[in-house]
Structure formats: C-alpha cells, structure tokens
Design a protein around this ligand. Structure first.
Ligand code: PLP
Length: 431
C-alpha cells in the first residue's frame, strides 16, 4: 500500500495492493455470506474480538473493507464502516451514542431525509434532537445539557450552501465530552472534518464517492481522536458494560485494536442487530468511483463556479446560492473551510416562484430531473415539491427551501453544453 498522503494516490491505492489469492489488481467482489474458520479456536477468537477477521457479511466483507480503509485514509481517520445507505449511516451514528432520554444537538441545515429521521423517527425512539441555527456556533452550547451525547451537522448543506463552522462547534463540544459528527457527503476532499476537530464523519456514498448514480450506500468514519474514556458520565454507551457483548466496555475493549471504540461498537452491536449492511457489489462500484474522485471533484467545482457566474448574469434569476456569491460571515466561512473547492452544487431562486421553478425544470433537455446529487451527469430538482415536500412549509423555510428555489448538481459535461441547457430552460421559465 502506498505511503503517500496525497488524495490522488490514496484514492487509487489505499487499503489494497492485489488479491492475495489470485493476484487480481482490481478489488474483487467477495460475493459471499460467510467465511471458513481455520479452527474452533480461530472461530472462538474472532467472536471474542481477540482477533479481527471475517465472520459473516452482515458485519464485515473484504470488498467493503477496502472501501472502508480507502475513505478512512482520505479523511485521515482511524477506521470506517460501510452501510446500506447514507440514512443508515446517520441513524447508526446517533444510535451508537444516544439512548432513550438522551439528546443530540443538530444544525437545522440538513438533508430533508435526515431532518425527518431526527425530528420524527428518533423522537419516537426516545431520543430528542434539538435543532439549532448554525449561523451562531454558540447556539450549540446553549442547547447542551447533561444528557447531550453528540452534535451533528453537514459540512456544506444544501439549499443554503453555507459552510458549517466545524472547528468552532467541535471546540465547544470537546471539553464537555460531546463529539461533533459531520455529514461530509457534499464535500469529499474539499473539506477534511477531522482536521478541524470533528470526531465522526458520515457519508452518503450514493453521491460523489460513487459518483455515477449506480449504488445506494453509506459510510461512518471514526476519527480515532475523541477521548471517550475521559467522559464516563457523558458517554455511557462507550463506558458502561454492554450486556449484548458479555459486558464489554467499548472504550476499554477496543484499546488493543486501536482508537476505534466508536466504530467497533457500531459494527459489532448495531450493524449486527439492525443489519443494514452495504452489499459488496455496491462497495465495488463505489470503489470504482472513488478512484477518480479527486479528478471529478475538481471538474464538478469548476463547472459549478462557471454556472454560478452565468446565473448571476441572468434577469430570470433573483438570487444565486453558491459559496462564491457569499459575503460577510458566510463568505468568511467559505474562505476558511472550502479551501479545496466550493463544491458541485448551485442553488438559485427563480423569478416567478414555484410556477416558474416547475416550468424551468420541465424545459431542461440535458439535465436529469432526479432526487440525487453528486452524479457525473448534471441534475436538477425543485425541492419544495419533491425532496422537502414531506416537511411543513415552516420546516421547509427553516432548512432554507423557498417556493422558487431550484437546486442544481452540476456534472462533468462540457461547460458549453451545461450553460446552453440552462439558457434554454431559463428562457422558457419566463412563460
Ligand atoms: N446526507 C446527505 C447530505 C444527503 O444528501 C443524503 C441523500 O440525499 C443523505 C445523507 C442520505 O443518503 P442516502 O440517500 O444514501 O440514504
């Protein structure tokens, strides 16, 4: 495996050299449910976590393992866990720490699906998620009490596309024993949340990591940088005996294996029990995407910047939402955090509200109209009537979705073709 720390090299080499059995260079799809144990002792050691190794694909798989290692290397973390979807990654990220009666403080600026998970499903399960406005990092401190187990946010949340104050909020949580969990789905390689003090990273690999719109998947990455054992009262899930694993105290039990208590618990208890495993085939396809991620992110960012500038020049457009257009505190955050690029998403408020937004979407010829982001192809959607439609209008506004808002996920096509499609649809939107 390469010793390089450069993302272009890690994206191709981290976690893999060649198949030990066959010499295959491409990571094979280990399409197996189970693994032959060498002996009764070997099997017992694996189950007792005295040795790490393959037991059953619901909890680990060699193809998934390479993907987990590769993203962990790109993020500078300690260990990763592949999951069936980004939604599963967000759910397990919280369930791994919070129990009935506990709470989590989350940014309001979230993907609509995460909002629903937090506001409704988590609530039904007895975990309160307290939503706070991230424009003032101190809002996280104000909402914290003795039962707060984690902070949660997205690095570059749409629709607002304002970079989250990772270092500021991580610094509020650290002395209290509250880890910051960052969903980095929209900004892989552009921002490395662990460099700013985040403890855990969540990904929907469905988006830029896979990059080709083929596979739903999610990842959790443990930064290995959070001192769980120093906060026995604050973090009981990792510091009290776990009856589901012979009374293991995860902060202690993980020590011989490295600073991986959080991810080890997630894998050996939650993934074991809930079973939302990533399929090895999806891990394989996601790995194909990751190999070209550095190149793709560069082009996504360049094309999106060109689109933002183009939209700003148009009379049909009221406002353009892109980090390049921000000033004041939001502009400062973009400068501080988005050093690797400003992302592939562009939002805009079209003149004429919802009706104009729908006309625009219907007039696009090359952009796909889909509920996804981070595909190699350009995508567009009208969130108020789709991704955010299950939220009340009040909650939609709290997440930044207005009636005329259109979200673009700018792809890798030639910029002339992207702008030509937008030009045609804008002309049609005027009615
Ligand atoms: N996080 C973000 C920022 C997303 O955009 C999405 C999906 O759109 C998710 C999480 C959920 O991921 P998935 O669709 O893979 O479950």
């Amino acid at each position: 495996m390469s010793q390089s720390s450069k993302p272009e090299t890690l994206a191709l080499h981290a976690g893999w050299r060649a198949d030990p059995a066959t010499g295959a260079v491409a990571v094979p799809i280990y399409q197996t449910t189970s693994y032959q144990f060498n002996s009764a002792e070997h099997a017992a050691n694996l189950f007792a976590l005295k040795e790490l190794g393959n037991i059953y694909t619901r909890i680990m798989n060699p193809t998934n393992d390479v993907l987990e290692k590769r993203i962990t290397a790109l993020e500078g973390g300690a260990a990763g866990l592949g999951l069936a979807s980004g939604q599963s990654a967000s759910a397990i990220a919280i369930q791994n720490l919070a129990r009935v009666g506990d709470n989590v403080v989350s940014s309001t600026d979230l993907y609509g699906g995460t909002w629903n998970l937090f506001a409704n499903t988590m609530k039904d399960q007895g975990v309160e998620v307290r939503f706070v406005d991230p424009s003032d990092p101190q809002n996280f401190a104000r909402a914290t009490d003795a039962r707060t187990r984690a902070y949660y946010a997205e690095t570059l949340p749409n629709p607002k596309l304002i970079a989250f104050p990772i270092a500021e909020v991580a610094a509020i949580g650290r002395p209290l024993g509250v880890p910051l969990i960052m969903d980095n789905t929209a900004a892989p390689l552009l921002v490395r949340p662990f460099d700013h003090g985040a403890a855990i990273i969540v990904y929907s690999s469905t988006k830029y990591l896979g990059g080709h719109g083929t596979s739903i998947g999610g990842l959790l990455i443990d930064g290995g940088n959070f001192p769980w054992e120093d906060f026995g009262e604050r973090q009981p899930a990792l510091n009290t005996p776990d009856p589901s694993y012979h009374g293991a105290v995860w902060a202690q039990a993980a020590k011989p294996l490295g600073p991986i208590a959080y991810i080890l618990k997630a894998r050996t208890t939650l993934l074991r029990d809930i079973g939302s495993a990533m399929s090895p085939f999806n891990a394989f396809l996601t790995l194909q995407g990751v190999e070209t991620l550095p190149l793709r992110m560069e082009r996504h960012c360049a094309n999106a910047l060109a689109v933002a500038r183009f939209l700003r020049s148009r009379t049909e457009v009221e406002t353009v939402i892109h980090p390049s257009q921000q000033s004041g505190w939001a502009g400062e955050r973009a400068k501080k955090y988005l050093r690797g690029g400003q992302g592939g998403l562009v939002g805009f408020e079209i003149r004429g509200g919802s009706a104009a937004g729908r006309r625009f979407i219907d007039a696009l010829k090359m952009f796909y109209h889909v509920a996804n982001i981070g595909d190699a192809r350009s995508l567009a959607i009208h969130p108020a009537s789709t991704t955010h439609s299950q939220l009340s209008e009040h909650d939609q506004l709290a997440t930044g979705v207005t009636q005329g808002y259109v979200r673009l996920s700018v792809g890798l096509e030639h910029i002339d073709d992207i702008l030509a499609d937008l030009d045609g649809a804008l002309r049609s939107s005027a009615g």
